[in-house]
Design a protein around this ligand. Structure first.
Ligand code: ZN
Length: 162
């Protein structure tokens, strides 16, 4: 008998698991943002994940309001919730830096212990590295955000107006 071909779920155990579960069950910023400046959506056909990210910027180009909508597994929901929480008040440059930092962590290019790396709850997602097929789920909100930031920049130039 061949078992059904399914993607294994990340068992949400331990301290990191509890942090992920908390964001999954009580997502932060899961609401639409009216008239967003930064906006993008993307999906991961492999897992069925879909995510939409929206953000409003002030005249200095800092995030004043952020929201997301996600469909799919617990990891995409938790990752999107953590990302939007980390976005508050940051400039696009800071977000780019954070995105690259997060990607390095997920790809194992940072030391396992990222204490002091300023990733906060996001550090919990490094347990997903043990389940390589789920890494894409954790990265999808970030690649979607980067897409939205690129689009905003090409519309507005390198610096915000005002
Ligand atoms: Zn997923």
């Amino acid at each position: 008998m061949t078992p059904p071909r399914t993607i294994p779920d990340v068992p949400l155990e331990g301290l990191y698991g509890a942090v992920i579960l908390d964001h999954y069950r009580n997502p932060r910023n899961r609401h639409p943002v009216p008239d967003p400046d930064v906006e993008a959506q993307d999906f991961n056909p492999f897992c069925g994940d879909q995510v939409e990210v929206q953000a409003k910027l002030d005249l200095q180009g800092r995030v004043t309001e952020v929201g997301f909508h996600a469909e799919g597994c617990s990891i995409i929901q938790a990752s999107a919730s953590m990302m939007t929480e980390a976005m508050a008040g940051k400039s696009l440059d800071q977000l780019e830096e954070l995105a690259s930092h997060f990607r390095q962590m997920m790809q194992g290019q940072l030391p396992w212990d990222v204490e002091g790396a300023n990733l906060g709850d996001l550090a919990a997602l490094q347990m997903v590295r043990l389940y390589p097929v789920r890494i894409k789920c954790a990265l999808l909100p970030w690649t979607t955000l980067e897409e939205g930031m690129d689009r905003w920049r090409s519309r507005n130039g390198a610096r915000p107006v005002g």
